[in-house]
Design a protein around this ligand. Structure first.
Ligand SMILES: NC(=O)c1ccc[n+]([C@@H]2O[C@H](COP(=O)([O-])OP(=O)(O)OC[C@H]3O[C@@H](n4cnc5c(N)ncnc54)[C@H](O)[C@@H]3O)[C@@H](O)[C@H]2O)c1
Length: 317
């Protein structure tokens, strides 16, 4: 099978490229390298890099010509990076996804669209199931632009499916963590791990009581492969873990596993993300729909953090 992975040099794309090439598949990566990930991680895999943007329709069309599947991961990811690149965040999700869907539909190619738990906005029911209503915050408040962009991306995928017969599969990823993830976009685990290993204060935003449910990269890749292998078309699947934890407890856990003596410092949101920042207070997926495809996450949070910390020790950024 020949896969095109847009955004394939990023965190999830790197791991997926490795997994697919190790299984004997051919992989082409279309990435503009804007997130700063190093292609050198992937050159030993034999994957082919097309350095370009999903915003360039002709590059997208040419890249899709020879493939069986498109795994569409390209996006401006991370709350902080999205706030610093608002127009690009919206354009890559909207125009970039439209380019991918349009080219893939014309060639009858299958497309997996990487959506996000962010689309649930600030609803607090946990676990949150795919058919739940969503509650996106006001555009006047920072923090909801990425959610809205990813929501729009899902609508586009469904619209192309219903009106143009696009072959689309949708996975809503929930807080994926693992080695090689960069903290530069605002991701919490790489930031806290780096701080703990450098014996710097662990910075926790707000009161730290906000919760997240992290999933290890290997489990997330299993989820993507379950959806693309046996999932229903045009049906969103939550892809996530099971252990909900507050960010304050996460910081304590990272500090313990890293053997660090760093203090934990609570920082008001306004100091890092501005006066108007809002984020969801609770997030845990219902994974029942994905489990019906045979999904069963294998890595506990403790094991995941140990693997990440070991990797950072061996290969500090
Ligand atoms: N990591 C998570 O926890 C998580 C959670 C929910 C959803 N997702 C989704 O999964 C996908 C991958 O996320 P990730 O964590 O690997 O992010 P990442 O930032 O590591 O990777 C995204 C990649 O897209 C590339 N990119 C950005 N704009 C591009 C453009 N215009 N053209 C081509 N490439 C472009 C970047 O250079 C980067 O390599 C994204 O769509 C993201 O929204 C991730």
């Amino acid at each position: 099978m020949h896969y095109l992975i847009t955004g394939g040099s990023g965190f999830i794309g790197t791991h997926l490229t490795r997994r697919l090439t190790e299984a004997g598949h051919e992989v082409t990566v279309l990435d503009d390298l804007s997130a700063g990930y190093d292609w050198e991680h992937l050159s030993p895999t034999g994957a082919h890099l097309v350095r370009g943007s999903v915003l360039d329709r002709f590059t997208v069309e040419r890249s899709i010509d020879d493939v069986d599947w498109v795994i569409h991961l390209a996006a401006v990811v991370g709350v902080q990076r999205a706030m610093q690149n608002r127009i690009r965040t919206l354009r890559v999700c909207h125009q970039g996804t439209q380019n991918v869907l349009s080219a893939a539909t014309a060639r009858h190619r299958r497309v997996f669209v990487a959506s996000s738990s962010a689309i649930y906005g600030k609803i607090t029911n946990t676990p949150v199931a795919e058919d739940n209503d969503v509650l996106l915050g006001s555009p006047q408040k920072d923090g909801w632009l990425y959610s809205t962009a990813k929501m729009c991306q899902e609508h586009l995928a469904l619209a192309y499916h219903h009106e143009r017969g696009a072959r689309v599969w949708i996975g809503r990823l929930f807080n994926v963590i693992g080695p090689l993830q960069s903290g530069t976009g605002g991701m919490v685990v790489p930031r806290l791990v780096t701080q703990a290993l450098d014996d710097l204060p662990l910075t926790v935003y707000g009161d730290g009581k906000q919760t997240r449910t992290f999933v290890y990269i290997d489990d997330a890749l299993d989820g993507i492969q379950r959806v693309t292998g046996r999932g229903e078309q045009a049906t969103p699947y939550n892809i996530g873990g099971t252990c909900e934890i507050s960010i304050l407890d996460l910081a304590r856990m990272i500090r313990r596993i890293a053997g660090s003596s760093s203090p934990i410092r609570l920082i008001p949101y306004r100091e890092v993300l501005g006066e108007d920042f809002e984020e969801t207070q609770k997030r845990r997926p219902s994974i029942d729909r994905l489990c019906q495809l045979g999904y069963a996450p294998r890595y506990s949070l403790e094991e995941s953090l140990r693997a990440i910390i070991d990797h950072h020790r061996r290969d500090p950024e």
